[in-house]
Structure formats: structure tokens, C-alpha cells
Ligand binder design. Structure first.
Ligand code: UD1
Ligand code: CA
Length: 463
């Protein structure tokens, strides 16, 4: 038996989202909605994954590697959407239909459906779920023998009777089909409903009419097959997806102190005994090693932390932070910042596109841009690199073990040699040789008796 083909329907307009962005391209915890079922299908061992998109080709370039894009010329319904992928369907294989707007489906659930389908021997198996509030879903009408008779759609008022609306078992929009039987049945579906659409569930009615039973496969956990039709549902589903991600990390040995206030996107990786403090946001391809302490109130975007890193109240975007570094509170580390082992970026410090050497420290109130700081250098409070002359960015090079003292500006391009010093309040515009003291400021003048001279003279002439 060849590996199943998975077809993911994603060409609908998603009008209930009220968005310029197609529904399935809305992001969900760091991954586009449509790429959630793609990931599940891949994990379930799909042979080929086809996503059906709309004619504007909005999905082009947005899909995970190796996924085929089929185009449905007009959004004429879910049945028509499946036909748009017909050339990809192996007639002798199982075809699994997923929905681009049902993102929480798991590999296990897909495998469970495929097995249920095989066991039933039916040409079609519909995944169903029981919902306390089935609003918005197609209701499943079962025949006395337990097979599926039909699905009643409920999008338009009047589609379904009161009795049908009371049914709590709904169509998840996920199915397993025998390839050839599916295509044959779809060819006979007519758009005879208020919407004038070709409904995929009507293919089941065709099969039944031809004497072929349609099986139902109940999904025990209805949170796996909830659909996103509007932004309210998207927020609900995000919460469920987030819990799933949190639980995966906690099971692997990560402490998340307050999951309710912690965002961890789907591709984030965290090492054992790392602690994520409240109100922290870990996004994109962020990775942290073991025994890190992240937060509270910290954002990490596409950032890599080695082991035992401490980051508090800070914002890091596209940075690499070596082992045992400390960052914050209130640091802003921008793209291209790299901290080597044991380095420190302290309070009210902004660093951009810079390399901070082993054990080097930028403890307070500094801006360091386009700079290489040597190992064990110490940049005093309020060290500023003037890296931009209005047209071009220039680099500042600060050697090993340099002490910059406080309130120093380095006007790039400029180089400070190893073991050098710069004097407090200096504006360094010329290179400082190794081991020298660079000092560039006005000498101090004291004007004696100044205060006395300012005072207005008293009438009696006394002081
Ligand atoms: C569909 C089912 C309903 C089920 C529900 C589960 C039909 C007719 N109804 O309803 O029984 O309870 O899913 O979530 O199938 N799509 C296309 N092309 C189209 C129309 C839709 O690709 O022409 C895609 C959409 O992008 C979406 C999926 O198919 O990913 C489902 O379409 P949607 O309009 O959301 O159907 P529902 O009304 O939710
Ligand atoms: Ca839907």
C-alpha cells in the first residue's frame, strides 16, 4: 500500500476573518496556519502533500519545503477544491483530506483516522467529533446502522431543521478516502444548495446511493479538530496550541513559572532545567541551552542562548549569547549581536551588530554599534560609539582588557589597542595605541571667587 496522499484545502476566502490576508496565512505561534496541518501530515508519514490554494497564488512561497500547490480557479466549495488536486491523487492509495483552517490536528490523529479507515473497509471515512456547542459546523446524520447518511450544513440560516441543529456530532472536515472512489463520487456532486457550492460531504451521499457505506471515525479529543472561521476562534485555538507547546517543554524538563503569561512559539527549543519567568515571549527560531534563566518580562526573537545564560527584563532580536553571560535588566540587543562566554550587557544598554569578547562587560547606559570588543574589556557607564556619519556605518575596534572609563564616545572608524585606557568624558576620534591612555577633553579651569562676585553688593558695602 503506497503512503497516503494528503490534500489540504486552503483556497476558501475566509470572509469571516474580515482580513486582507487569506485566513490560512494568518500566523499561529510562529507558523502560518496552513503549515500546521502540513507539519502534522509530514510527521504522520504522508507520501505527498498537496495544498489547494486560490487563483491569486497567495500561498506561493509560503508553504513548507516540498509541499505541492494546486490551484482552485474559483472558490466553488470544498468538493471542487479537492478536484483541483485530482492530478496529484494516486487512484490506488488512501487520500487524507485535511483543512488549512483546522490547525491543531496531530500526526497521531491522522494515523488514527488512516487506521480506522483501513479497518472499516469503507471507501470513505469521515472524522467526526462531539461538541457541546456545535455552532458553525456541519452536523452528522447517522443511519440506523451507524454509518454516515449525510452532513447537514449550517452556514446559511434555514439550511438545517431544529432537530438537525440539535445534533452535537459534527464533521471535522477531515476524511480518509480510497483515491479512485473519491474522484468518481466527486464527479457526480452537484452544487444544489443555497450557497451554490460543490460540497465535499455530498460525495459521501453519492457513495451511499451507490451502495457503498461511509464510515465515521470519532476523534476523542475535539480540541484537535476545531476549525478557525473567525478571529475569536483563532484566539481560542492559539491558547490550545500554546498549552500543547508549553506541555512539551515542561515534560522535557523546562520550568515555565506562569504559562498563562508566557508565549513560546512552535519552533523554539529549550534545554533542561531552563526556567522561563513570567511575561516572557520566545519567538521564531529561538534556542536556549540548559540551566538558563529567562525573564521575567523578556522577549527573545530568533536568538540563541548557550547554557546558564541569565536574561532579565530585556529584548533580544537575532543575537547569539555565549555560556554564563548575563543580560539586563533593560538591555536591547539588536540583530548581529554576539556575546562570548561570560560577557555582560547590563542596564539600559543597546548593542547592535557587535561582537563582545569573552568576559567583556558593558554594564550600564551605553550604545555599542558595529563594534568589536576584545576579551575582558570593560566599557564604563555611558560609553557611546558614534558609528554613523550620516552616510556610512563605521566599525569601532576595542582591544582586549581595555578600560574605557565613563562617558566616552568612540567616533568610528577608530581602534583602541589591547590593555589601553581612555579617560572619562573623552571623545576619542583617533586610534589609541596598546597600553596607552587616550584622553580627549578640555582641561578644567577653576575661577576663584566666582560665586562671591556674582552676589549683588549690599547697601552698606559689606559682603
Ligand atoms: C466545512 C464542512 C463542514 C465541517 C467544517 C469543519 C463543507 C461543505 N462543510 O465547513 O461540514 O463541519 O468544514 O471545519 O465542506 N475551501 C477551499 N475551496 C473552497 C471552499 C473551501 O479550498 O471553495 C477550504 C477552506 O479554505 C477551508 C476548508 O476548505 O480551509 C473548509 O472551508 P470552510 O468554508 O471553512 O468550510 P466550513 O463552512 O467550515
Ligand atoms: Ca471552516
Amino acid at each position: 500500500m503506497p503512503a497516503p496522499t494528503v490534500v489540504i484545502l486552503a483556497a476558501g476566502e475566509g470572509t469571516r476573518m474580515r482580513s486582507r490576508t487569506p485566513k490560512v496565512l494568518h500566523p499561529l505561534l510562529g507558523r502560518l496556519m496552513v503549515n500546521w496541518p502540513v507539519a502534522a501530515a509530514r510527521e504522520a508519514g504522508a507520501g505527498r502533500i498537496v495544498v489547494v490554494g486560490g487563483p491569486n497564488r497567495a500561498l506561493e512561497g509560503q508553504l513548507a519545503e516540498g509541499v505541492h500547490l494546486a490551484v482552485q480557479a474559483e472558490p466553488k466549495g470544498t468538493g471542487d477544491a479537492v478536484l483541483a488536486a485530482a492530478t496529484h491523487v494516486d487512484h490506488d492509495a488512501t487520500v487524507i483530506i485535511l483543512s488549512g483552517d483546522v490547525p491543531l490536528i496531530t500526526a497521531e490523529a491522522i494515523e488514527g483516522l488512516a487506521q480506522g479507515h483501513e479497518a472499516s473497509g469503507a471507501p470513505a471515512t469521515m472524522a467526526t467529533m462531539e461538541l457541546d456547542d456545535p455552532t458553525g459546523y456541519g452536523r452528522v446524520v447517522r443511519a440506523p446502522d451507524g454509518t454516515v447518511e449525510r452532513v447537514v450544513e449550517t452556514k446559511t440560516p434555514g439550511d438545517a431543521s431544529e432537530r438537525e441543529l440539535a445534533i452535537k456530532e459534527v464533521n471535522t472536515g477531515i476524511y480518509a478516502f480510497q483515491g479512485r472512489a473519491m474522484l468518481d463520487a466527486l464527479a457526480q456532486v452537484r452544487p444544489d444548495n443555497v450557497q451554490g457550492e460543490y460540497y465535499l460531504p455530498d460525495a459521501l451521499v453519492v457513495m451511499r446511493r451507490d451502495g457503498q457505506p461511509v464510515a465515521a471515525h470519532k476523534v476523542d479529543d475535539p480540541t484537535l479538530t476545531l476549525g478557525v472561521n473567525d478571529r475569536i476562534a483563532l484566539a481560542e485555538i492559539r491558547k490550545l496550541a500554546q498549552r500543547r507547546i508549553h506541555e512539551r517543554h515542561m515534560a522535557a524538563g523546562v520550568t515555565i513559572v506562569d504559562p498563562g503569561s508566557t508565549v513560546i512559539e512552535v519552533d523554539v527549543e529549550l534545554g533542561r532545567d531552563t526556567v522561563v519567568e513570567p511575561a516572557s515571549f520566545l519567538r521564531g527560531s529561538t534556542r536556549a541551552g540548559e540551566l538558563c534563566r529567562i525573564g521575567p518580562l523578556t522577549t527573545l526573537i530568533d536568538t540563541e542562548l548557550a547554557d546558564e545564560v541569565r536574561v532579565v527584563h530585556s529584548y533580544l532580536d537575532s543575537c547569539r549569547v555565549g555560556p554564563r553571560c548575563t543580560v539586563g535588566p533593560f538591555a536591547y540587543l539588536r540583530p548581529g549581536t554576539q556575546l562570548e562566554e561570560g560577557a555582560k550587557a547590563g542596564t539600559f544598554v543597546e548593542i547592535k551588530n557587535s561582537h563582545i569578547g569573552t568576559g567583556a562587560k558593558v554594564p550600564h547606559l551605553s550604545y555599542v554599534g558595529d563594534t568589536d570588543v576584545g576579551p575582558h574589556a570593560n566599557l564604563g557607564a555611558s560609553t557611546i560609539t558614534a558609528n554613523y556619519d550620516g552616510t556610512t556605518k563605521h566599525r569601532t575596534k576595542i582591544g582586549a582588557r581595555v578600560h574605557s572609563s565613563v562617558h566616552v564616545s568612540f567616533v568610528a572608524p577608530v581602534t583602541v589597542g589591547d590593555d589601553a585606557y581612555t579617560g572619562a568624558g573623552s571623545v576619542i576620534t583617533e586610534d589609541v595605541p596598546a597600553e596607552a591612555l587616550g584622553i580627549a577633553r578640555e582641561r578644567q579651569t577653576n575661577i576663584a571667587g566666582y560665586a562671591r562676585r556674582r552676589r549683588p553688593a549690599k547697601a552698606d558695602g559689606s559682603d
